[in-house]
Write a protein that binds this ligand. Structure first.
Ligand code: NAD
Ligand code: SER
Length: 316
């Protein structure tokens, strides 16, 4: 986009938001970024402006966008897969009504909108290997149902009202600043914390469960690069497959053992999260994102493992 973005981030205290805020501030400056969440922050956010905002309150969303002259929204407020499955009614409200309120304000005040979809937007009838950009989407979790409906709603706002909506289908995101919010891929974050703290991890997914994953710096650059991409080059909009690696619990264990040979792991499978994981792709094809806006991840499993362990060993 040509104008300097004046950005609102919803769900800014979550796993992705807390790191996205830092990068947006680095790139555009503190005065151009407004963080928001339904929760209050524990501490001052390094001088970044914060408003407490429930996305289900349409008037509050509208007032915030209007009074801060927002022209770009990163809409991250949502319930993740395991939390959503425990309360499907709330998941529908937060993930759908919240998105609707954001899109309505975006339409009224001419904002561009980034909305993350997920590997959860696919289901058991989707081709599981090298899952194409355009394919069958019949998810069986409530999270997935809201993600597919959200993709369609974002495309509808673009086609019907010209709202500049963009999104990616994130895989599991691995990071070390803010803990994940209750997803099926959380094991791939927890494993590093437990490796450093206890040298042992009990995994809730089966040893051979293959899922796409990505390290947080790549997830952040995917969001910002897509929002900066030339709109004329975007054939797809909501939402692009993006991935950086695909591995099983056994493979991440072996990657950790390269740096910590004493690390051990056992399994106590959670049937709910296993069923969700089994319905998701083993690996996505992200060539559309590469072709249309130059998606190019920087981390693979081993470089991510080295960075996660080094950072956590210093901190914990
Ligand atoms: P998270 O659970 O860590 O954070 C979500 C934030 O939203 C929380 O801080 C929560 O307080 C806030 N929130 C919840 N209800 C709200 C409401 N009504 N109004 C305002 N804020 C509310 O989630 P995340 O991992 O940062 O995910 C952000 C987005 O990315 C979500 O759409 C998620 O589906 C998507 N995504 C995440 C991953 C991942 O692995 N983290 C993978 C794929 C897609
Ligand atoms: N990490 C997310 C989840 O497991 C994927 O969307 O819910």
């Amino acid at each position: 986009m040509n104008r300097t973005p004046n950005i609102l981030v919803t769900g800014a205290l979550g796993q992705i938001g807390s790191e996205l805020i830092r990068e947006l501030v680095k790139k555009y400056g503190k005065n151009n970024v407004l963080a928001s969440d339904i929760k209050k922050p524990f501490s001052q956010m390094n001088g970044v402006d914060f408003v407490q905002l429930d996305c289900l309150d349409s008037q509050a969303v509208q007032k915030t966008v209007d009074s801060h002259q927002i022209n770009q929204i990163y809409h991250l407020a949502a319930l993740l897969s395991a939390v959503a499955e425990a309360n499907p009614q709330k998941a529908w409200k937060v993930n759908m009504d919240g998105l609707f309120n954001i899109l309505e304000s975006a339409r009224e005040f001419n904002c561009s909108v980034f909305t993350p979809s997920s590997i959860g937007a696919f289901g058991p009838s989707t081709p599981p290997d090298q899952t194409p950009q355009d394919t069958i989407q019949r998810p069986t979790s409530i999270y997935g149902v809201t993600k597919v409906a959200g993709e369609l709603l974002c495309d509808y706002y673009h086609k019907r009202f010209g709202t500049d909506t963009r999104g990616v289908r994130y895989p599991g995101i691995i990071s070390n600043l803010t803990p994940p919010g209750g997803g099926t891929t959380d094991y791939a974050v927890d494993i590093y914390y437990e490796a450093v703290k206890k040298g042992h991890y009990t995994c809730f997914l089966k040893p051979d469960t293959n899922l796409d994953m990505m390290y947080m710096p790549d997830a952040i650059s995917a969001a910002i690069n897509l929002m900066e991409a030339d709109p004329d080059k975007l054939f797809h909009r909501n939402a692009f497959n993006v991935t950086a690696m695909s591995f099983t619990p056994e493979e991440i264990k072996k990657s950790i053992q390269k740096y910590m040979p004493e690390f051990s792991m056992d399994y106590e499978v959670d049937p709910v999260r296993q069923a969700i994981a089994d319905s998701w792709p083993n690996s996505m094809n992200d060539s559309a994102a590469k072709e249309e806006w130059g998606w190019n991840p920087g981390y693979n499993l081993d470089t991510m493992t080295r960075d996660m362990l080094t950072t956590l060993k210093k901190r914990l």
